[in-house]
Design a protein around this ligand. Structure first.
Ligand code: SER
Length: 584
């Protein structure tokens, strides 16, 4: 079956069973707690929590989609047989319409009857397989799923697994729950001794997980399933890797077969990532999604230079392959954005490579210097440096990045009273001692403001942006409506009460995972290196009024802030509010 037919069969199967077909949302999500869309359920998060009504918006409690997804966590794995950055995900969802029995039956029928595949085995969640101190250890054994599998498909081997069979939440909080996963293998892969592939992840959203990792049952029991299109096509077409499917054939044929297989795969993956990120509005930069795109483009350009393939033809091939399914792919625009970034990179690439070649051994310090001076991303240094860079790890590189930021901050502070900027963290800037004091007061006040907003309006308030100048703080956050005057006074009062208490502002450095468990807020998790700095306001972290992942610096006690006042509250887009505040 070709991939076009498989797409059609999936959507029709669920449409015939009362699901509304919903188009893919953008790779750049509305949800500010995640960098890029990583799963089909993201656009439906508010239907799972009951904040939005599916019946009203879709005319059905059940939906189905093919969602564009992007996972940066897999970037270092790309080049093997199955990892991708950009991929598409089939999904069927229910927001209180049906639950475990139907979801398992649909999964079973689609795989075995429609696709004609044999299920190798399935897995269900069992807390016995979870370490006792894990936050999911208290979730009961998913006996219902186990029993439904036994009833619906007695021939299928049902295995019990631990945390891999518990999904979510995406971002710091949200719906989550146990999953049942379906594993399949094609005859060829089996003959080659390859392990079965997890094709389908069927999640039962039974809980809401808050930022302290506390689980409370959801009012609506939801179904959220995700099946990687590329993997399904691979087992269905009975080919050894995803790159051998028809999804890649048409544009991979543009690259010479002489090229090392790993490079072909990386080029194919990155070409798709570049096309889709640019089409969804991302532009190369040193921040967030822009930085992800920059890394893809630069590595891709490096290979096209080294192995002499025509990047424009390859990018054009991706547009041709996907143009029928996505109507926002403009070849002209993609090539324009790509060429500009390519040009910038090539201007310094030669010099950078010459410097790199002079080095005997590339460690994190020299790698970071190549990045900051010549714009060589980690992947490029690793690749070109080859043997010389064999001990370089992404973790050390990221640590160096953070250290560098701290050193430059300390350097700026040393110059205290001198000329030019004495503080420049990118976010905070001050030119003299007086400005510095003001900016620090506003910075700490901004943390208090966020904590106060969440206390008054609820945890749906999430940071969407912040900008601090010597005159004011500007804080953008998610919230669906205008604040009432009473709410504004309450928020102001809460901030000023904490200021009056003159609480200490403290920093601790801790492993990211532990920091997340404390409930500390963060803007973009990916932005912070591991371990992270957590700034908290209060006597200890548990009882703290505010805690956030943050690079600092801050005042040492809240009393230094003075009086905080909200000057303006306004809308800056759908579901987004902006507050301007001052300290006096
Ligand atoms: N949210 C789950 C996943 O991404 C199922 O869709 O795997």
């Amino acid at each position: 079956m070709n991939s076009r037919e498989i797409r059609q069969k999936f959507l029709s199967f669920f449409e015939e069973r009362g699901h509304k077909v919903v188009t893919s949302s953008s790779l750049v999500p509305d949800d500010p707690s995640v960098l890029l869309t990583t799963a089909g359920m993201q656009q439906f998060k508010k239907y799972f929590t009951g904040e939005l009504d599916a019946e009203k918006d879709f005319g059905s409690l059940n939906t189905t989609s093919i969602q564009k997804s992007f996972r940066t966590s897999d970037i270092d794995e790309v080049g093997d047989e199955s990892h991708l950055t950009f991929f598409e995900m089939f999904g069927n969802f229910s927001f209180g319409g049906y639950f475990k029995e139907e979801a398992i039956r649909y999964g079973y029928e689609f795989i075995t009857k429609v696709m004609g595949l044999e299920i190798d085995y399935v897995t269900v969640f069992d807390p016995k397989k979870v370490s006792h101190d894990d936050w999911r250890a208290g979730v009961p054994f998913d006996e219902e799923s186990y029993n439904f599998w036994k009833k619906i498909a007695p021939e299928v081997d049902v295995r019990r697994e631990g945390v891999d069979n518990f999904w979510g939440p995406t971002g710091s909080e949200g719906p989550c729950g146990p999953t049942t996963e379906i594993y399949v293998n094609g005859a060829l892969r089996q003959a080659q001794g390859k392990p079965p592939v997890e094709v389908w992840n069927i999640v039962f959203n039974q809980f809401y997980c808050d930022s302290l990792k506390k689980l409370t049952p959801l009012k609506i029991q939801g179904v959220d399933t995700g099946m990687g299109l590329e993997r399904l096509v691979m087992v269905s077409q009975d080919v050894p890797t995803i790159f051998d499917t028809d999804l890649f054939a048409s544009f991979l044929s543009e690259i010479s077969l002489e090229m090392p297989i790993k490079i072909r795969r990386i080029a194919a993956d990155h070409a798709r990532g570049i096309v889709f990120l640019i089409s969804d509005g991302v532009r190369p930069s040193n921040k967030d999604a822009g930085y992800v795109l920059r890394r893809l483009v630069r590595r891709f350009v490096m290979y096209s230079e080294k192995y002499k393939f025509d990047s424009n033809i390859l990018l054009g091939g991706v547009v041709r392959e996907y143009g029928d399914f996505y109507d926002n792919l403009s070849k002209e625009l993609i090539l324009e954005v790509f060429s500009e970034e390519r040009k910038k990179f090539l201007e310094t690439l030669d010099k950078g490579i010459k410097e790199l070649e002079k080095l005997q051994n590339i460690d994190a310090v020299s790698a970071f210097s190549l990045f900051s001076t010549y714009g060589l991303p980690y992947e490029v240094i690793k690749e070109v440096g080859s043997e010389k860079a064999k001990n370089l790890t992404r973790e050390d590189f990221d640590k160096e990045f953070e250290k560098h930021q701290e050193i430059s901050r300390a350097g700026q502070e040393k110059k205290f009273g001198g000329h030019g900027l004495i503080l420049d963290t990118g976010e905070l800037k001050a030119g003299n001692e007086e400005e510095l004091k003001k900016v620090l007061r506003l910075h700490t006040a901004t943390h208090l403001l966020q904590a106060a907003l969440r206390k008054v309006l609820g945890s749906e308030v999430g940071q969407a942006g912040s900008d601090i100048t010597v005159d004011r703080t500007r804080f953008d956050f998610t919230f669906p409506r205008k604040l009432t005057p009473e709410e504004i006074s309450k928020v102001e009062k809460l901030v000023n009460d904490v200021i009056a208490e003159d609480l200490p502002v403290q920093k601790i450095i801790m492993p990211k995972e532990e920091a997340e468990k404390t409930g500390a807020l963060y803007f973009f998790k990916e932005k912070y290196p591991d371990p992270v700095n957590v700034y908290f306001v209060g006597k200890d972290i548990d009882s703290a009024f505010s805690k956030e992942f943050c690079g600092g610096p801050h005042v040492t006690h809240t009393g230094e802030i003075g009086h905080f006042r909200i000057k303006k509250e306004e809308s800056v887009g759908a579901g987004l509010r902006r507050i301007r505040g001052v300290v006096e």
